[in-house]
Design a protein. Structure first.
Lengths: 338, 318
């Protein structure tokens, strides 16, 4: 019940958005079952939203510690390039996946060490990898789009499992797994305590250094998974474009999810709904058939409306307005009764 | 003393190379290697120079104008016989081009233009983006004939000149064919991933793709992404939906060989060939070429040996 109350604003925004998109594209909610898989715009949303949703899981944790991870888009490109290079080198699927995930963990470790051991601010520490990493990815792919044909690996981007696209399963399972891990153990609480006051938490016996490094590594792993999804999707590693600017969408998803950039309490489920809100906007714009010059303006406008409606000040005003009306009405009713 | 000696030797060396029929030295100020096409242009320029027996001085500016200007100055100081320049931006070239002109070294612009006065360079070699779109549109109009055809278009990056010009050219070509209609047009940002995502939404919006007769993509990468989307929707690209795009990169020839793409218009990376032809005529008797040499926008279809074209291109560095 508390969970439902927490995610109510995001759910309402998502439902309202779906209603809006359904007006401009009436078939938005129609889903068909063709050749053993579900087909429809909504299915496209949960599939296409996978990279941002995966990034949002890791980003929520990082932001809960009062940090930020700007490098996730770049980590996607590096991990995709490593996996594609491994496939091109004839390593086979499982080693390629492992290489990609390990690269993500290593990138997260790098960020975590910069933030905790060296003490660089998270914004700057992750900015280093964000700007430098795309060069690393380009070195791996030699500036080309590195293509592969391995059908097993491609399954992670365009395969189907029990009717749903595999990328959708990946973010659903990752999100559920991490959310359970955070809430069924004390981990979530410890992360929140670091975000609220790292020094006090450390004095209280929380091993903040190890936990922070682990959080950045989790973010790196989520980014690696997202990188594998986009690489598998187009059957090629595009070092220039894979994950480009997706770190911003991931941060936006976390913010739409009602999580504070100042750290502390967080909700992974709310961030995931935030990611779906962003993807619904993107897919809705494509389906609506507006000229492409309007894409970004429409997206910005809708995000603005959602964030304004969620802002605490507007909520307080609304409550005040509602209460004053209630008082008025009760007064009137009382007047009638007399 | 040593200085005078050195400069004498250098002067002798320069006059010696100039005297030799095929020993010209050409400086090439390349932008960098930001795309596969650019890498192929570099490879082909090196090949062309080698075939003609030129000495090619190559400079990679890594996307920075100041590096290109420094490279041109060093070419002028070396006294090369000609300079090829692929300008990274359009403005700010006046003074360095004047230095080359004073040293009587002809400059040929490759692939992109500059805003300087046109007497500062010998000629410019490049493609006509509008024409590329026209070639693609004409192919589709001829192929479809009188049938009704609903076309979806994947545009390049919104506002970029290739996106604007290739769209204009295609629209020019299908004007007057009332059976051809662009029903959906969206940007795919010139990337495979976006091409695929946008094509998926086109397929959703157009009755699962059954109402789409042809796809026109502003570059091959978006077409390659879209082909995957069409396949995953259970349709046959190349048959159920005709695919025409621009650039002629190796991966699209592979798709054509598999029957999944129908046509592509080449943006040739061999800008150096026409440039060297113009330079040779100029060196021989001072013939001034036209100020703009338009490269051919050649159309390739499935009947043009796509597998062979793929094999020829795959090692060019695309």
């Amino acid at each position: 019940m508390t969970l439902l109350k927490r995610i109510a604003p995001q759910l309402i925004a998502l439902v309202a958005l779906i209603a809006l998109v359904s007006i401009v594209f009436p078939g938005f909610l129609s889903v068909q079952f063709i050749d053993g898989r579900l087909v429809g715009p909504v299915i496209d949303v949960v599939k296409r939203g996978a990279p941002v949703a995966l990034l949002a899981v890791g980003m929520t944790l990082v932001i809960a510690t009062r940090g930020i991870d700007l490098s996730v888009g770049t980590i996607m490109a590096i991990c995709g390039a490593v996996a594609a290079a491994a496939l091109a080198g004839g390593w086979g699927m499982a080693p390629a996946l492992a290489a990609g995930m390990l690269t993500g963990a290593a990138a997260g470790l790098w960020n975590g060490v910069l933030v905790t051991v060296i003490g660089i601010q998270p914004f700057v520490a992750t900015l280093i990898l964000m700007t430098m990493g795309r060069g690393i990815a380009q070195l791996i792919t030699e500036g080309r789009i590195l293509t592969f044909t391995d059908p097993g690996f491609a399954w992670f981007g365009s395969g189907t499992l029990l009717g749903l696209p595999v990328p959708a399963w990946l973010w659903l399972l990752t999100g559920a797994g991490v959310a359970l891990l955070m809430r069924r153990t004390a981990l979530g609480l410890l992360i929140e305590s670091i975000g609220i006051n790292r020094r006090a938490s450390a004095l209280a016996g929380v091993n903040a250094t190890v936990l922070l490094i682990a959080v950045y590594m989790a973010s790196g792993l989520c980014a690696a998974l997202a990188g594998i999804v986009v690489t598998a999707d187009i059957r090629g590693a595009d070092a220039n474009n894979a994950g480009l600017w997706l770190e911003l969408d991931a941060i936006l998803a976390v913010v739409i999810g009602g999580n504070s950039l100042l750290g502390g309490r967080f909700s992974i489920i709310a961030s995931l709904i935030g990611a779906m809100i962003i993807q619904t906007i993107d897919t809705g714009i494509l389906l609506a058939g507006f000229p492409s010059e309007y894409n970004l303006v429409i997206k910005a406008g809708l995000v603005l409306v959602i964030l304004v409606l969620q802002s605490p000040r507007i909520a307080a005003e609304w409550r005040l307005w509602r209460d004053s009306h209630r008082v008025d009405r009760e007064a009137r009713l009382e007047g009638k009764a007399r | 003393m040593t200085k005078t000696l050195m400069s004498t030797v250098a002067a002798l060396a320069i006059s010696a190379t100039a005297a030799m029929a095929e020993g010209e030295t050409v400086g090439f100020a390349q932008i960098g290697s930001e795309s596969g096409w650019r890498a192929a242009e570099t490879t082909l320029t090196r090949q062309q120079a080698e075939d003609r027996g030129y000495q090619l001085q190559f400079s990679d500016a890594q996307q920075k104008q100041e590096n290109q200007i420094a490279a041109i100055r060093s070419f002028v100081a070396q006294g090369v016989d000609a300079i090829l320049l692929a300008p990274v931006v359009a403005t700010g070239w006046d003074s360095v081009l004047e230095e080359a002109k004073e040293a009587e070294i002809p400059v040929v612009l490759l692939d992109r233009q500059v805003d300087s006065s046109d007497d500062l360079y010998l000629t410019a070699v490049g493609s006509n983006l509008v024409h590329e779109g026209e070639v693609a549109g004409q192919w589709l109009a001829e192929t479809v004939g009188d049938k009704e055809c609903r076309i979806v278009e994947l545009q390049g990056t919104t506002g970029s000149s290739p996106a604007i010009d290739r769209k204009t050219g295609f629209e020019n070509a299908i004007k007057g064919h009332d059976n051809l209609e662009i029903v959906r047009s969206q940007t795919g940002d010139f990337t495979r991933a976006q091409g695929k995502e946008v094509m998926e939404s086109f397929l959703q919006a157009e009755n699962g793709g059954k109402d789409i007769c042809a796809l026109y993509a502003h570059n091959d990468d978006m077409a390659v992404g879209a082909i995957q989307a069409i396949k995953e929707a259970g349709l046959k690209p190349g048959t159920d939906i005709l695919v025409v795009s621009i650039d002629a990169v190796p991966d699209l020839f592979q798709a054509m060989a598999a029957g999944e793409a129908n046509a592509t218009v080449e943006l040739t990376p061999n800008m150096a060939g026409p440039a060297f032809d113009a330079l040779e005529a100029y060196w021989k008797d001072g013939t001034m070429p036209e100020k703009f040499i338009q490269t051919e926008s050649k159309l390739y279809t499935q009947s043009d040996d796509p597998q062979g074209e793929y094999d020829r291109r795959k090692d060019l560095g695309y």
